[in-house]
Design a protein around this ligand. Structure first.
Ligand code: ACO
Length: 161
């Protein structure tokens, strides 16, 4: 008989601040396959700091570190009131590579849906690159494929009403 499966708690959504740049950078370094997939170098610390500055200047953008049992295991970045005023769009949900496929992404997405329901009526997810895993992930969570904006951009959406 195998060991009982450990039930993961829903990740806590921590505020991202200028001081969390190095934590985000560490997480990015732990996700080399994703950056390879989208044809990008893993961002360096300065890139992350610049990104956080841009984030701080945009009142509609939100980003959170995803923490489970005191450990940062992911990151989520989304924009409120985009593309419609009563919607939001997730541009990146990233789970640490060694912890992917354990249900964390699903818990994080469900957590975000719960946080946004009542605030927006539609939640979108934009998938970059030839990312079949991400496409399968959003479909499995009940998102509908809306359209492809070119060969490497897929829009998915779900009603939160
Ligand atoms: N193919 C098809 N479906 C899949 C796959 C796959 N390779 N992997 C997971 N799924 C589906 C499964 O149906 C699974 O449900 P199940 O557990 O009932 O079988 C469901 O997704 C949830 O799986 P999780 O274990 O929660 O997925 P994970 O924790 O790995 O999170 C994520 C998914 C966010 C895509 C993660 O793998 C990741 O960070 N990947 C790298 C970055 C990335 O591609 N992020 C998404 C970009 S698109 C965007 O953010 C809008």
């Amino acid at each position: 008989m195998g060991l009982p499966m450990k039930t993961l708690p829903r990740p806590a959504f921590l505020e991202v601040t200028a001081g969390t740049a190095s934590t985000i950078h560490e997480l990015y370094k732990d996700c080399p396959s994703y950056f390879q997939l989208i044809g990008m170098e893993v961002p360096d610390l300065l890139d992350v700091e610049r990104e956080l500055e841009a984030l701080g200047m945009d009142p509609y953008r939100r980003a959170h570190l995803l923490e489970v049992e005191g450990e940062v295991l992911g990151y989520v970045d989304y924009k409120m009131a985009y593309p419609e005023t009563d919607s939001a769009t997730i541009s990146l949900l990233l789970i640490k590579e060694s912890r992917q496929g354990q249900g964390l992404g699903k818990l994080a997405a469900r957590g975000l849906e719960a946080e946004l329901s009542g605030k927006v009526s539609q939640l979108y997810a934009v998938v970059y690159g030839n990312n079949q895993k991400a496409r399968g992930f959003w479909l499995s969570l009940g998102y509908t494929h809306l359209r492809d904006g070119g060969p490497s951009l897929g829009w998915y959406s779900k009603s939160l009403v």
